[in-house]
Design a binder for this molecule. Structure first.
Ligand SMILES: Cc1ncc(COP(=O)(O)O)c(C=O)c1O
Length: 380
């Protein structure tokens, strides 16, 4: 049997990881500033994480949501504490798309409405509602098409106000920093506007924090920079440091009912152990502070390169927009300097490293980046 060939891949076989480094099957070491797409939050094979998962595996790996799973309550408590959203309620699932799917569905249950406001260049996942709220027609199958989603221009307050006048809005879903869309930071005033319009119209504010959340920006949720609380935050990626786990946290104003949401795998023992290990390491090693410091340093240094068009982002979620003639930079970083980075079309290098990235590794990247840009200057 062949694999269903949907991923354009690099010819590299990673067989081991430690912290911010990974090794391929030939023993070549790579610096990982991509984290398998923002997933590796506390570093590869973190010893506390490995031990917690291993210990749990020896106890019990899985049982369904038909029984008490105290690890879920521990995770909820810890998450409330670390995120500062102590009075929210946690629902666990398995991925970012599922988290958004549940958030959008819950919003509709809450206010009985259908219309969803999403934004240009948004990415919210590939399940039916999540993909319908994703601004990329290529990945929306005919069966996913719906007129329940209204796409508005990014950060356009007047368009938002008008949409609220014209429609019975169920929810507004927005990434605090668009990831796939090219590292676009949502302006503070725009997030505040969404909050006030949702309040006036009893609509649900959904903060997609799948990529930009979980401490990556130096605050637990990047929407926190606006000093507002969303009604639902969706999370996944960094939550399990590679173990598949996602979730939504839900404001106390939205009340649960038996059967309203559900999942087989969500919140299983192993997933909770992974989630707890991540939060324990984050807290113990002050990873939010590290993300803010090392990320701030990288952003400041990157702004000094004259060939760079723009540097965007917060903390360790950084986009480096390059001119078209530098479209090979990512490949050079990977194949000549052995540094993994992410990309956003058309020409943005995305940095999404582990939150405990050291300044020394940041410097290693900056030196390699300077060399790649200098080699271009020399050949021109
Ligand atoms: C902002 C955002 N939301 C949702 C998703 C979907 O997450 P998953 O791939 O875990 O379904 C992603 C994935 O890249 C994302 O970046």
């Amino acid at each position: 049997m062949n694999l269903f060939d949907v991923y354009p891949i690099n010819p590299i076989n990673i067989v081991k990881g430690q912290g911010s480094l990974v090794l391929d099957d030939k023993g070549t070491e790579y610096l990982d500033l991509y984290g398998g797409h923002a997933v590796i939050s506390i570093g590869h094979t973190n010893p506390h994480y490995v031990k917690r998962l291993e210990d749990q595996l020896h106890q019990i790996g899985f049982y369904s949501n038909s029984i008490e799973i105290p690890l879920q309550k521990q995770l909820a408590e810890k998450l409330g504490h670390v995120s500062g959203k102590e009075d929210y309620q946690l629902f666990l699932c398995n991925s970012g798309a599922e988290a958004n799917e549940n958030a959008l569905k819950l919003a509709s249950f809450y206010n009985g409405r259908k219309k969803i406001i999403a934004f240009k260049k948004a990415f919210h996942g590939r399940t039916s509602l999540a993909v319908a709220a994703t601004d990329n027609p290529k990945i929306v199958a005919p069966v996913n098409e719906t007129d329940n989603v209204i796409f508005l221009p990014w950060a356009d307050e007047a368009a938002l106000e008008q949409a609220f006048q014209e429609h019975e809005v169920s929810s507004v879903i927005i990434e605090g920093i668009q990831g796939v869309g090219g590292i676009q930071v949502a302006p503070v005033s725009f997030l505040q506007k969404i909050r006030s319009l949702c309040d006036v119209h009893n609509a649900v504010f959904i903060a997609d924090s799948v990529q930009c959340g979980y401490g990556r920006t130096g605050k637990f949720f990047s929407h926190d920079f606006a000093g507002i609380n969303a009604d639902i935050y969706s999370m996944a990626k960094g939550m399990g440091n590679g173990f598949p786990i996602g979730g939504i946290i839900i404001s106390p104003k939205i009340k649960p009912a038996y059967g309203m949401l559900g999942t087989t795998f969500g919140g299983n023992h192993l997933a909770c152990a992974a989630g707890l290990a991540v939060l324990e390491v984050m807290e113990q090693d002050n990873l939010l502070q590290n993300a803010a410091e090392v990320g701030g340093y990288l952003i400041d240094e990157l702004k000094k390169f004259e060939q760079v068009k723009e540097v965007r982002g917060r903390g360790l979620m950084i986009g480096i927009e390059l001119p078209e003639e530098l479209s090979h930079v990512r490949k050079d970083l990977l194949f000549k300097h052995h540094i993994f980075t992410g990309e956003a079309k058309p020409n943005v290098v995305r940095l999404l490293p582990a939150l405990n990235l050291t300044k020394a590794y940041a410097d290693r990247f900056l030196e390699a980046f300077a060399q790649v840009l200098n080699s271009v200057k020399e050949t021109v």
